[in-house]
Write a protein that binds this ligand. Structure first.
Ligand code: SF4
Ligand code: FES
Length: 223
């Protein structure tokens, strides 16, 4: 196994070829914010919050650390004026969709983001894809998917699958950073298979770190 030396925030560390900068930072307890990353899932590179500054052979670039492979002698800075500015704007954009999501509120505090900078488009979903990818890669059910593209891109539960698969799973609820996965499922259930919910005790299945579930007061009719 090829060993690679690199520096992260002034600390010299060793890594194996194939690791990403985020992998190494996490192993070293160096914090990099992430929204679309999950240890059980393939890297997605969607939220870009994990962006870091990398200096290599005299060049500085800004890379998505959950996708960027380690390389010999690179110097990584997880915070700099420019990195912080990029994260601030990213958080502001995400807050147009989910202004009260606890992780975004914390990040806004950290990076000085203005939750009202961008016009509100309260879809409540930040399209991180965690629910879609978890249901695909871990559960192998594909009960929730992306639909459409561009500004109208959204996630939806597939009623025919969800009515059989979701009632005793619901693991995506806990990994969704905004609570929209839960709201979208409940809406699908109410519209497509009302009254079919089984009353059996739901398995409290272990997922990643539990997230705070925030109430959603309005949900677009997208089932
Ligand atoms: S519903 Fe939640 S987990 Fe799914 S894509 Fe939207 S924000 Fe991410
Ligand atoms: S965590 Fe890297 S792009 Fe979202």
């Amino acid at each position: 196994m090829t060993e690679i030396n690199l520096t992260i925030d002034g600390k010299q560390v060793k890594a194996e070829a194939g690791m990403t900068v985020l992998d190494v930072a996490r192993r070293e307890d160096i914090y990099i914010p992430t929204l679309c990353h999950h240890e059980k899932l393939e890297a997605f590179g969607g939220c870009r919050l994990c962006m870091v500054e990398v200096e290599s052979r005299g060049w500085t670039s800004y890379v998505v650390s959950c996708l960027y492979p380690v390389a010999k002698d690179i110097v990584v800075r997880t915070r700099s004026d420019k990195v912080d500015k990029i994260r601030k704007v990213l958080v502001e954009e995400l807050m147009a969709h989910a202004p009260d999501a606890p992780e975004l509120v914390n990040l806004a505090r950290e990076y000085g983001a203005d939750r009202d900078r961008f016009k509100k488009e309260a879809s409540f979903c930040v399209l991180c894809g965690l629910c879609v990818r978890y249901c695909d890669e871990v559960k192998k059910k594909n009960a929730v998917s992306f639909f459409d593209n561009g500004a109208v891109r959204q996630i939806k539960f597939v009623a025919e699958i969800a009515k059989n698969e979701c009632w005793d799973c619901q693991e995506c609820f806990a990994i969704c950073p905004t609570s929209y996965a839960q709201a979208a499922y409940l809406l699908t259930e109410a519209l497509a298979f009302p009254g079919q919910r089984k009353t059996a005790k739901r398995a409290a299945k272990a997922t990643a770190k539990p997230r705070v579930i925030i109430p959603i007061t309005a949900v677009p009719m997208t089932a």
